[in-house]
Design a protein around this ligand. Structure first.
Ligand code: FES
Length: 167
């Protein structure tokens, strides 16, 4: 039997029929929908290269079955900005050289975008004050981004980029 699911990906509704209900969200994106921006590093939840947002929360798409996301809103790296119109975080990564080989970058970008949003939404409970201003220490950024590994160890520049974008 085929498993029919519908996902809203980066604002566009996409339907797909899966023969096998064990297809991960990552493989559904890359192989069934030909959206290869999301990367497969370890395929078992260790590296964060496959990070996407599901209903606004970041997840490792290699650990999640596509059928579990029927009806969900998914944001991938392709949905963050355009080459001619980068998101503030993408522009900050470029400005700070927040990558070397670039393989982890889509996951870093999606993860940090979601993380900054989470903090902005929860900020009133953290401190009172200007909701638009988020200031994170480098240790906090590293902790909150600890699910995203970079084998080139470009961490210092990644942290610089995120700190700038979170301001
Ligand atoms: Fe999913 Fe590494 S590919 S965490």
């Amino acid at each position: 039997a085929q498993h029919q699911i519908t996902l809203t990906i980066n604002g566009t509704e996409r339907s797909l029929a899966l023969d096998d209900p064990r297809v991960t969200l990552l493989d559904a994106l890359r192989q069934h929908l030909d959206m290869t921006g999301t990367k497969k590093g370890c395929d078992h939840g260790q590296c964060g290269a496959c990070t996407v947002m599901a209903n606004g929360r970041r997840i490792n798409s290699c650990l999640s079955l596509a059928v579990m996301h029927d009806g969900d809103t998914i944001t991938t790296v392709e949905g963050l900005g355009e080459p001619e119109n980068l998101s503030p975080l993408q522009a900050a990564f470029l400005h700070h050289d927040g990558f070397q080989c670039g393989y982890c970058t889509p996951g870093q970008l999606v993860s940090a975008t979601a993380m900054i949003e989470e903090i902005k939404q929860n900020w009133p409970s953290v401190v009172s004050g200007d909701l638009e201003k988020v200031s994170l220490s480098d240790d906090e950024i590293r902790e909150r981004m600890s699910g995203n590994l970079c084998r080139c160890a470009a961490y210092a520049n990644i942290v610089d980029a995120i700190r700038e974008a979170a301001k």
